[in-house]
Write a new protein. Sequence first.
Length: 386
Amino acid sequence: MTSTDTRTRNTLTIARRLWLPPLVIGLAAVAMGIGAAWTMKRVDAESAQALRAQQAKLGDAYTWSGLTEANAARVVAVLQSADAGLDERLKPDVDATSARISTLQKGLEASSVLPEEKALLDTVGAKRKAYIDLRNQARDLKKAGQEEAALQALKTQVLPAVASYLDAQRDFVQHEAARSEALRAEAQALAMTVLWWVVAGMVGIAVLLVLTTRQLASALLGPLQLLGKATDQVGAGDLTAHIEVRRHDEIGDMATSLQRMRDSLRDIVARVRQSADSIATASAEIATGNGDLSRRTEQQAAALEETAASMHEMTEGVQQSASHAQQAAQLAGQAAQVANQGGEVVGRVVHTMDEISHSSRKIADIIGVMDGIAFQTNILALNAAV
């Protein structure tokens, strides 16, 4: 690894180191998946198209063979039958079937490109021509009235020719059926090949991920272990521990922070030592002051004893005052009770006075009435005197 690569690796942040390999591997996996999916789709499409064409060809071959057997059965029936008009009645069907057979055979010849297929079709063509020639000869004998000769030609020539013709067709049909199975198996094998390639790619990606993770762990754990050792030394009190900073990532920032912490601890320890010396001097002065304070404290203790005796006498006086105050409180309670009783008496006197006032008003009213009566009596007496 070159120095440029080392500097670049040391400059990358840990976050980028952690994200970059999975990102690249993930993109590679996605690309491989897309390629595999496209390949599978293309292979499936090509295989399906080839298989459909082969199945259509196989279907035409089966139809072709079935029509040939049907036409051969009609010809054999005509040659074996004693009905002279059967040939004329079946002739349209035989001719139509023969035309259909010729059309199917031409189509099969056009779609057959393999040498094996062409060789089989050539054999079928030769067998068909021999069969048609023998069939026409036997039909001519039948038409000429030579029944025995026609039957003899049917048995010795036409039937073997039909069998040979049909066997050649069956060989071609079996070949096409085998080719259909081969195409199906080839499509499955190709799909499995693509699948195995995908599996191999995934295994390769997994191995690459493991190797990348191992490399990343080694690149991160080594500096962290060195920092851990330096931290242990500083924690044990060794403030001369060497801390090397050669990185520009988070680990480099951590190493720089650890250097600053070590230097700060050095300054703090130096200041603490100075403070300890100052504290020792101050402690001596405080010890001297403590002796003076002790003597003064003894003097204060004696004064406190005298104060305590005075306080005891004062406490006894306060207790006597409290006793007198309690007696005064009892007398005040009794006076308050007498005052309450006097209040009740005054209330009753006020009530009696109210009743006397009311009676006085009634007496005044009676006197008024009597004055009126006396006035009227005087008037009557005056009137009587007159």
